[in-house]
Every structure is written in structure tokens, then in C-alpha cells.
Design a protein around this ligand. Structure first.
Ligand SMILES: Nc1ncnc2c1ncn2[C@@H]1O[C@H](COP(=O)(O)OP(=O)(O)O)[C@@H](O)[C@H]1O
Ligand SMILES: O=P(O)(O)O[C@H]1O[C@H](CO)[C@@H](O[C@H]2O[C@H](CO)[C@@H](O)[C@H](O)[C@H]2O)[C@H](O)[C@H]1O
Length: 460
């Protein structure tokens, strides 16, 4: 371990994006590259660091800057001291890194060495002003990656963009970049306009050819001062404000996004092999969940009966979908409507499963669960208040909007939709047990309700 990697170990544990939660990382350098700096005395590097401490190794992207002094107010971005005369900082918080990243992205050049390198890809320059003056800051909040909001200003017009720096890296295209770039290029108003991305290549002994290739960063239009749909919906539910019209519009936006994805990317009729594989994934997930959350076991037989019925139902065409769709992934943009974000898929699923064709019903079920979460969270945080009626109205309106805009009568796929919803609630039970045990009752109640209601009930 070199001095830089050594100084990262303790800092890693405190990072929101670090997957090792509470465990000491075992770090190993895989490679690095240096970005040209426009500030004398400042060195800008991106390190690729493998953590071998978990059940499977995880590769992280760690942009760092080195400065001879600690600028005023920068103490909490300090990673440590390297050598006698340099301090190491968390790169995304350093404007010199933000400028260098933007130059890489727009320049289209490749940078780096044999072991690891990066290349910029500019897809739409229209959102970037000429000879820009740039200010940057890292978006606060619970994020699995690190997003830098960069204000690009040509002296007259100021336009913010957001550049998401992916932290955990995987071989293969990142669906967040691929799907939003495709939707943006097709003119969809339901995603932020895309500006470009950075891809990287690094040594990976486990892969044929010994090399891996994946996305490192993604730049989009930033929509300032907007709220996400979770906040908007929660406030409406708690204030007793009807949400049906907005839920219906969200159903329409979802159907429009699915339609555009089906037009510009591959689709196929599901084969028997596809449905068998999907149902087997539900069963595997159920088995893992019962192991981690034993309260689910009493519903196992009823859940498996729903899965059996779903297996025999007709399945709609497979296509690319959002993959981890919930109210927190949607922005309410005044004058534009609902804008979807974060097409990276469920963080607890391996990346190679997330870039496959999938059923659009997975997204529909995800959002139905999210309305139920609004009611569940209201009951937990405001004892004595019920938003159950609000949630069932919102669920119904969302389905109505989706059906009207897509022309697909989802209620005819009721058993299948129930199966996807149970699968999501089972996933949520594991997610909550690991991350927010106080919220576990929300998905557990849904599992019990959905497992017991059978297929006779056709209400939303
Ligand atoms: N283009 C954007 N405009 C405005 N806010 C955004 C934009 N992209 C992301 N955000 C904000 O950043 C948060 C995290 O973004 P997300 O893509 O979900 O990142 P992560 O993959 O790290 O979870 C969002 O919930 C939203 O509040
Ligand atoms: O946004 P992420 O990709 O990190 O998604 C994960 O975290 C979500 C919680 O932030 C989790 O969503 C669950 O809680 C939401 C309320 O906080 C609720 O609206 C969702 O319906 C519910 O699934 C998501 O499952 C998880 O993958």
C-alpha cells in the first residue's frame, strides 16, 4: 500500500458511497491518471482503488487534488497529508477538479496510462457557454455517487449543469447514462437534457482480455430549485391534499418514457426462458429475504402461489426500463411536469442484471409501492394519522394515467403486477432491514397484504 492509499483507508469509512458500512476497507491501487491543472501548484488525479475487504471486491473511483496548503474552510474536504509538503483533498469539492473534469468531458481526448485511462464524450454542447466562467459545489444529501453542480457562465447567461461522478465502478455500460442519453436524444421532456459522459478503461484480471470498460461520469442539465415527487406527495398526503391529477400525470409520463425507450432501444417478446428466469429471480430474492427478515416466512406459500399464477399469465414485451422507480427518482419541474432521474437500477442488484431488457411492469409496481410508502411513512411519523385512502386514490390514478397513455390495460395483467409488487416489497424489506430498520414495517405490511389478497381483488 502506498502513502496515498494508506491515507485513504480511514477516510473511506466515513463516505456515504462506501459500501463496506462499518467494516475497515482493504485498499489496493489499480491505476490512476492525472488531469491537466489550470491552477499552478495544484495536482489533480483520479485514483482507481479496489476494496478487497468485502465478500466480493469493489472498485471505487477516487478523484483527489493535492495542494501545498489547506485553503480556508476546506478542513472537512481534507483526506490527509501526503509527504512533507502536500495535502490531499476530496476532488469533487475542489473547483480545480470540476474544471478539469469538464475539460476532459468536452475535449473528447483520452488521458491516462496503460493500467487505467479515461476519455470524454460530448453529446450536446448547446448547454455549455463559450469561454465559461465556472463555479462548482457538491450536491449535499444522501447519495450513492457524488454529484457536482457546475454553474457555467459566459458573462451574460448562467446555466447550471450537474456532473455525477460514479463511485463504485463496474465493467459495462451504466444504464443511467445510456438510457437518459437515448431519451434526451429522442427529445423526451421527461429527463434532463444530456451533455456528455466520461468512460474509463482499467486492468481487470478476471475479464477476458484482462481489461474492463465502464462509465465514470455523466453530465446533464441541472434543474435548480425543484422538489422531488416524494417530498411533494408526502406533503400532499399529510395536508390531506388530493393528489389524483398529479398521480395520473405521473402515470402518463411513465408510459411516455416507456414508449420512447421501446422506440429507440431493443425490445422483444418474452420467451419461456425469459419468464422462467424472471420468476426464478423472484424465488431467489424471496429465499434471501426470508433468511434476513424471518417475518416474511409465514407468507412464503401465499407468495409462491402468486408467483406461480404470474408465471402462467401473458407477459408484455420486454424492453429497457428505469429499474428502481420510486417517487424519490422523479422531480416536479414547474412548467415541464415530471422529470425522471437515476436510471441506474436497484443498487442491491448486480450491474450485469441491470442492463438487460425487463418488464415495464417492474417500474409500474415500483411506483405503486412508493405511494404505499407515503401512507406507511405518514403512519410511522404521525401516529393516529392515516393516509391509506390518499395512497389508494393515488395508486388508482397513477394506473389510470399509465393505461390511458400506453393503451395497455394493466389491470388485465393483475396477477403479474401483484407478483412484481410483492417482489419489490420483498426487496424493500431487505433494504430497510439493512439501512432503516424503523421503516421495515412498511414493506412487511405490504407483503402480508399482497400475499393474502389473492387474485380475486382487481382494485389498485
Ligand atoms: N438534473 C438534475 N437537476 C436537479 N436535481 C438533480 C438532478 N440530478 C440529480 N438531482 C438531485 O440529486 C439527487 C440524487 O441524484 P441521483 O441521480 O438519484 O444520484 P445517486 O445515483 O447518487 O443516488 C436527486 O434526488 C435530485 O434531488
Ligand atoms: O434511490 P436509491 O436508488 O438509493 O433507492 C434505494 O433507496 C430508496 C430509499 O431512499 C428505496 O426506496 C424505498 O423508500 C422510498 C422512501 O424513502 C419509497 O418511496 C420507495 O418506494 C421505497 O422502495 C429504494 O427501494 C432503494 O433501492
Amino acid at each position: 500500500m502506498n502513502a496515498t492509499t494508506e491515507c485513504l483507508t480511514d477516510w473511506f469509512r466515513r463516505q456515504r458511497w462506501y459500501g463496506g458500512k462499518g467494516r475497515l476497507p482493504q485498499l489496493r491501487s489499480i491505476g490512476s491518471w492525472e488531469l491537466p491543472s489550470d491552477e499552478p501548484g495544484v495536482r489533480i488525479r483520479t485514483l482507481l482503488v479496489m476494496d478487497d475487504g468485502g465478500a466480493t471486491p469493489t472498485l471505487y473511483q477516487v478523484p483527489v487534488t493535492e495542494r501545498p496548503t489547506i485553503p480556508k474552510g476546506w478542513g472537512h474536504h481534507l483526506i490527509g497529508r501526503v509527504g512533507d509538503d502536500a495535502y490531499l483533498f476530496d476532488g469533487p469539492h475542489d473547483p480545480a477538479y470540476a474544471r478539469a473534469l469538464l475539460r476532459l468531458l468536452t475535449g473528447g481526448a483520452s488521458i491516462g496510462e496503460d493500467r487505467a485511462s479515461a476519455r470524454g464524450h460530448l453529446t450536446d454542447a448547446s448547454l455549455l457557454a463559450d469561454a465559461p466562467h465556472i463555479e462548482s459545489k457538491v450536491l449535499s444529501g444522501e447519495q450513492s455517487n457524488t454529484s457536482i453542480v457546475i454553474d457555467v457562465n459566459d458573462g451574460t447567461v448562467s446555466r447550471p449543469i450537474i456532473c455525477k461522478v460514479f463511485r463504485a465502478l463496474h465493467h459495462g455500460e451504466n444504464p443511467d447514462v445510456v438510457l437518459q442519453t437515448a431519451l434526451s436524444a429522442a427529445g423526451s421532456p421527461h429527463v434532463p437534457a444530456c451533455i456528455g459522459s466520461v468512460t474509463g478503461e482499467w486492468d481487470d484480471e478476471g475479464r477476458p482480455g484482462g481489461r474492463a470498460l465502464g462509465h465514470l461520469a455523466f453530465a446533464q442539465e441541472f434543474l435548480p430549485g425543484v422538489e422531488d415527487a416524494w417530498k411533494v406527495a408526502l406533503r400532499a398526503a399529510q395536508d390531506g391534499v388530493d393528489f389524483a391529477a398529479r398521480a395520473e400525470a405521473l402515470g402518463q409520463a411513465t408510459a411516455n418514457v416507456h414508449r420512447t425507450l421501446a422506440e429507440v432501444m431493443a425490445t422483444r417478446e418474452p420467451s419461456l426462458g425469459d419468464t422462467v428466469a424472471a420468476v426464478s429471480t423472484w424465488h431467489q430474492r424471496l429465499a434471501i429475504a426470508i433468511h434476513e427478515v424471518p417475518q416474511i416466512a409465514e407468507h412464503r406459500a401465499a407468495i409462491e402461489a402468486v408467483y406461480d399464477t404470474a408465471q402462467q399469465s401473458p407477459w408484455p414485451r420486454l424492453q429497457r426500463i428505469h429499474g428502481d422507480y420510486h417517487l424519490g427518482q422523479v422531480l416536479a419541474v414547474p412548467g415541464r411536469g415530471w422529470v425522471l432521474l437515476d436510471f441506474e437500477g436497484e443498487p442491491l442488484r448486480p450491474m450485469h442484471e441491470r442492463d438487460q431488457l425487463d418488464s415495464p411492469l417492474r417500474d409500474v409496481a415500483g411506483m405503486l409501492r412508493s405511494f404505499d410508502y407515503v401512507a406507511g411513512s405518514t403512519a410511522l411519523t404521525r401516529p393516529g394519522t392515516s393516509a391509506a385512502g390518499w395512497a389508494s386514490d393515488a395508486r388508482r390514478a397513477f394506473l389510470d394515467g399509465y393505461i390511458a397513455a400506453s393503451g395497455h390495460d394493466l389491470r388485465a395483467h393483475r396477477a403479474l403486477l401483484d407478483a412484481f409488487e410483492i417482489d419489490k416489497a420483498v426487496y424493500e424489506a431487505v433494504y430497510e432491514a439493512r439501512n432503516r430498520p424503523d421503516w421495515l414495517p412498511i414493506p412487511l405490511a405490504a407483503v402480508a397484504r399482497l400475499a393474502s389478497r389473492g387474485m380475486a381483488d382487481t382494485s389498485a
